[in-house]
Design a protein around this ligand. Structure first.
Ligand code: HEM
Ligand SMILES: *[C@@H]1O[C@H](CO)[C@@H](O)[C@H](O)[C@H]1NC(C)=O
Ligand SMILES: *[C@@H]1O[C@H](CO)[C@@H](O)[C@H](O)[C@H]1NC(C)=O
Length: 508
């Protein structure tokens, strides 16, 4: 009797184990092609992680635009037909949910447990402070902070050439100025303390950037949950550092804190959230707001430098806008007051920004499937999607690199997003059909980047000031555009696999 019970128990455990390993999963009629990969449970995760783009292209050739693959215990259905992105983006939250999926990832990489009502706070506050009139204030801070970091040597001595890596230079400046604009400036204690306070801003933001880069480099392995023990220790140290430097009690001593960061703290305090947990959220916001803009600034500046016709057009636009603002930049004159109004006139630069992001922004958009559902494709086909699975789109290979939509997709064409009459181009076609989602650097739907207007402004401000105040050139003008660090596919803006030496010097 007992023996039988043991055998039954073992059998049940075995079957349960096999079930979890995915052995019994079969494609049902009406479902997309299923590709479980060679390894039980893991499925394709190793190949996916090694180079997401290459892997997805292989799957697409094999199965078409819709397919389900096994990835580390999950079944993920990829949708790679840009004409059919609409249903994914607009599906109700009862069926395709972003928060549930994001919550666990956020805990793993930031140690933060979100409250349930949070997402809508982020959206409300971002609408108020990261776009429209709210952006006016932030643009002013950004101009002041960029100038503090870029121009503090202005007019002091004979300007000398400085050599640096273009990636590190752009990332450093844009990260620090963005951070200071959101989290505030060191408060000057007395009247002549202003210069001292500005210097403190420079020094403190520099060490923050240095630590941030270390975290940034651990990030892909951290997100995949494969950080080796030694790195875990390093990570722990970094987290402690960020939670301390960005702690609510410290940020509150600053001047010029953005409404955005202020609100996020305040609302959580009012909800009764533990202060240590809010400190963790402050780091999450730092990563979300500063991890992509610097690398994007690098690609933008590099592409402009490598394309003289783009440089001429954009420089001409910048000079015209400065002239029209009635300002003049002189050796002994006041600093340029670069306003939001001026930044709204940069149609050529806007197109170059959009084109750069098409080439370098590669987020993976994922949703949890909460109910069995039917996916309706633009061509009339339908697929059944199972509850408990996930759905994803990867717009970089799904649309941004599609030669049917963007001819010669690997080439940088600064005017790709301009109409012949110079206005912004928003109509793109594939096989004669209009494509609504023709580039998606910011994601889409419920999780679309709430910082996209501010981010675009930051990029433009940085380029604007570079062009106005500096001469700069690549040390080797013949050097090719570097390759992409393929471990980062899916995490936002890509980073180069090596830096590009350049030199710069002040004009004034
Ligand atoms: C070029 C720069 C940027 C790029 C390419 C970018 C891209 C993205 C993308 C693709 C997402 C969505 C991820 C998903 O769907 O899972 C996202 C989310 C987010 N971004 Fe950005 N972003 C940039 C700059 C910024 C800036 C400057 C801020 C804030 C000031 C910001 C704040 C956020 C936040 C808070 C989220 C999370 C949204 C949510 O949970 O719904 N981003 N970003
Ligand atoms: C706060 O911002 C204003 C302008 O936006 C600037 O003049 C002032 O110097 C900033 N305060 C600090 C402490 O940097
Ligand atoms: C720049 O111009 C704006 C709008 O004209 C003005 O509100 C702001 O005070 C100016 N800032 C500086 C630093 O002069």
């Amino acid at each position: 009797m007992l023996v039988l019970q043991i055998i039954v128990a073992l059998f049940t455990a075995l079957m349960g184990g096999l079930y979890l390993l995915g052995v019994f999963r079969r494609r049902r009629p009406g479902e997309p092609p299923l590709d479980k990969g060679l390894f039980p449970w893991l499925g394709h995760v190793l190949e996916f992680r090694r180079n997401t783009v290459k892997f997805l292209q292989r799957m697409q050739r094999k199965h078409g635009d819709v397919f389900t693959i096994q990835l580390g215990g999950f079944y993920v259905t990829f949708l790679q037909d840009p004409l059919s992105f609409g249903p994914f983006v607009k599906e109700s939250r009862e069926k395709l949910d972003f928060n549930k999926f994001a919550k666990h990832l956020v805990h793993r990489v930031f140690g933060y447990w979100s409250a349930n009502s949070e997402h809508h706070i982020l959206q409300q506050s971002s609408n108020k402070y990261l776009k429209g009139d709210g952006l006016e204030v932030l643009t002013q801070s950004m101009t002041a902070n960029l100038q503090n970091l870029m121009l503090h040597n202005l007019g002091k001595e004979e300007p000398a050439w400085t050599e640096d890596g273009l990636f590190m230079y752009c990332y450093n400046i844009v990260f620090r100025a963005g951070y200071l604009s959101l989290y505030g400036n060191v408060s000057p204690k007395c009247k002549d303390g202003e210069e001292k306070a500005k210097e403190k801003d420079r020094v403190e933001s520099e060490s923050l950037f240095y630590k941030f880069r270390k975290y940034d480099q651990l990030f892909p392995n951290l997100a995949y949950g494969v950080l080796p023990p030694k790195r875990r220790l390093e990570l722990r140290g970094l987290m402690d550092y960020f939670w301390d430097v960005l702690a609510v009690r410290k940020v509150k001593t600053k001047d010029n804190i953005s409404g955005w960061v202020w609100d996020m703290q305040q609302v959580r305090e009012e909800m009764g959230m533990d202060e240590a947990m809010i400190d963790r959220y402050m780091f999450l916001l730092l990563w979300a707001s500063q991890g992509n803009t610097g690398p994007s600034a690098f690609w933008l500046l590099l592409y402009i430098m490598k394309h003289p016709e783009a440089m001429t057009a954009i420089k001409g636009e910048v000079d015209r806008i400065v002239r029209e603002s009635g300002q003049e930049v002189r050796h002994d004159g006041p600093l340029l007051n670069l306003t939001r109004e001026m930044l709204m006139k940069t149609t050529i630069m806007d197109s170059a920004v959009e084109e750069t992001l098409r080439l370098c922004a590669a987020p993976l958009l994922t949703r949890a499937v909460l109910q069995d559902m039917t996916l309706k494709m633009a061509d009339g086909k339908e697929f059944l999607i199972r509850k408990g699975d996930r759905m994803a789109i990867f717009p970089y290979s799904g649309v941004q690199m599609d030669p049917g939509i963007h001819p010669d997709p690997r080439a940088f064409k600064y005017d790709r997003f301009l109409n012949p009459d110079g206005s912004k181009k928003t109509e793109f076609y594939k096989d004669g059909k209009k494509v609504k989602y023709y580039t998606m650097p910011w994601g889409a739907g419920v999780s679309i980047c709430p910082g996209r207007f501010f981010a675009t402004n930051e990029l433009k401000q940085f380029i604007f000031l570079m062009l106005v105040y500096f001469e700069f050139e690549l040390l080797d003008p013949e050097m090719e555009i570097p390759g992409i660090d393929v471990r980062r596919w899916g995490f936002g803006t890509m980073q180069p696999d090596r830096d590009v030496p350049f030199r710069y010097r002040l004009r004034y």
